[in-house]
Design a protein. Structure first.
Length: 308
């Protein structure tokens, strides 16, 4: 009787729909960015809420974005820094407040909680220059202050404590998929005079959500001024190279980096599409030096799930 040989496991993996999808759908990098919105003079924060609606921090306010690129201003703020989803439908927004680090020492930074209709309230204050917001599984969240060496923890009651001071001038942050690591972009080497940095650090995190060791190098990319971070479903980090006008990808498992796109001047924050937006594209903001443009970049893979 004729018998068939078993199929090797690696061939089964290669033939699986999930594995094949990633191989077939990933573009040839670098790809050309698509201009999505050319309405703002300066933008930074960007996030989807839990309902899949897109919001952008721009022109000293928060805006709701429709899939066709139309925008609606929902509230005013002092500045327009990082955003993150929180709860069933709200967003958080970081605001430097009336002053910023270039004005000298201060503590007037604000974290707003904003509804999709634009109702807002102060959820935390006392941080000098709040920048990126990273929400944890328990609903508490971390806030980076890119004018100091501080990343703060904001508790449910709004109390604020230093989570770590191990990284100078922290900016963008992203969790690893299992939340055992937080990746942090260091944007400056010093402020007076300003010298930019291009380092992404990895901070190990214990089961209680606290730093469990010294930061280690995750990668160095770009020309200095690394800004926002986001992560895909395969655990790779995308880095906004603000001064270089590029987006890079770092693979923490191998340490390899690849240029994803260029000609996105002063790119600031990154988020993967959700809801009625392209789930395999990154939406990216640019600061006023980049004209406040919003870009769409096809990367051929979905983003990692986010806490809310």
């Amino acid at each position: 009787m004729k018998t068939s040989m078993p199929i090797p496991v690696f061939l089964l993996i290669l033939a699986s729909p999930v594995f094949g999808q990633h191989l077939d759908s990933e573009p040839n990098f670098p790809v050309k960015p698509e201009l999505f919105i050319d309405t703002f003079s300066g933008s930074e924060g960007i996030t989807f809420n839990a309902e899949g609606h897109l919001f952008i921090a721009a022109d000293k306010g928060a805006w709701r974005v429709h899939p066709n690129g139309k925008v609606t201003r929902i509230t005013d703020t002092y500045s327009n820094l990082g955003m993150a989803r929180i709860g069933d439908r709200d967003i958080l927004m970081a605001d430097f407040g009336p002053t910023m680090f270039l004005d000298g020492p201060n503590d007037d930074g604000i974290i707003w909680r904003i509804t999709p209709e634009g109702d807002k309230k102060v959820i935390a204050k006392g941080i000098a220059d709040s920048n990126c917001i990273l929400v944890r599984k328990d609903g508490t969240f971390l806030v980076s202050d890119d004018g100091t060496d501080k990343i703060y923890l904001v508790e449910a009651d709004g109390s604020v404590d230093v989570w770590t001071s191990a990284i100078p001038y922290p900016n963008g942050m992203a969790f690893s998929k299992d939340e055992s690591t937080i990746y942090v972009a260091q944007i400056f080497k010093q402020l007076d005079p300003i010298l930019f940095d291009n380092t992404v650090w990895a901070i190990p995190v214990d089961d209680d959500g606290q730093p469990s060791g010294e930061p280690t190098l995750a990668g160095r990319v770009g020309e200095g001024g690394v800004d926002g971070l986001t992560m895909d479903e395969m655990g790779r980090i995308y880095v906004a190279d603000n001064r270089g006008g590029k987006i890079w990808r770092i693979d923490p498992s191998s340490g390899e980096s690849i240029l994803i796109t260029e000609n996105v001047a002063n790119v600031a924050s990154l988020v993967f599409g959700e809801g009625n937006f392209d789930h395999e594209s990154i939406y990216a903001t640019s600061t006023f030096r980049g004209g406040g443009k919003i870009w769409k970049v096809d990367v051929g893979v979905r983003g990692a799930p986010l806490n809310q």
